[in-house]
Write a protein that binds this ligand. Structure first.
Ligand SMILES: CC(C)(COP(=O)(O)OP(=O)(O)OC[C@H]1O[C@@H](n2cnc3c(N)ncnc32)[C@H](O)[C@@H]1OP(=O)(O)O)[C@@H](O)C(=O)NCCC(=O)NCCS
Length: 139
């Protein structure tokens, strides 16, 4: 398994994967149009791939004060392999550092709070639909 970064130039290739990216997220089903917009505009997209199989991905966006995780999904096959979500989040940390940003923020589902907590994220706020979390990156 390896983590691949998609440059802005390669984004057109990703359009063919939209139906897969949408269905891979079983906890929340983004719209195809939402995904098409994100793929076009965000600063960072990383795929976890094994051969030609996409096992998971993360979409992140550079903001003035932090890197925002827009969406992370690891499919059933990838989840069984263990460690893919962590590697995708580490790729985002590396990206944030290249932008000289020392903070990552995200909106988590309640059920995923433990995953982010495990990776060093702390709670900024909480409501019925989820948890806002952040991590300060060390050099
Ligand atoms: C949440 C998700 C991205 C995690 O990816 P993953 O590949 O399954 O997670 P990893 O195997 O990399 O887990 C990293 C560590 O976090 C722990 N972990 C994973 N999910 C966890 C959870 N829900 N609660 C607590 N700990 C969790 C793992 O045990 C592992 O610990 P270790 O390093 O000590 O072995 C993935 O399960 C997923 O896509 N789930 C469905 C969609 C989803 O919930 N997305 C996030 C919504 S905000």
């Amino acid at each position: 398994m390896e983590i691949q970064r998609f440059s802005i130039k390669q984004r057109n290739e990703l359009k063919q994967h939209i139906p897969l990216l949408v269905t891979m997220c079983d906890y929340f089903t983004p719209l195809n149009s939402w995904m098409a917009d994100k793929i076009k505009d965000v600063s960072d997209i990383f795929y976890a791939v094994k051969g030609t199989t996409i096992l998971g991905y993360v979409i992140a966006d550079k903001r003035p004060t932090h890197l925002e995780i827009e969406l992370i999904c690891v499919g059933t096959e990838g989840r069984a392999m263990k460690g893919i979500g962590k590697k995708l989040m580490e790729a985002c940390e590396d990206a944030a550092k290249t932008y000289k940003l020392n903070e990552i923020q995200l909106d988590a589902q309640h059920k995923a709070e433990g995953f982010y907590n495990h990776l060093g994220y702390t709670i900024l706020s909480k409501n019925n639909s989820g948890v806002r979390m952040k991590k300060i990156l060390t050099a």
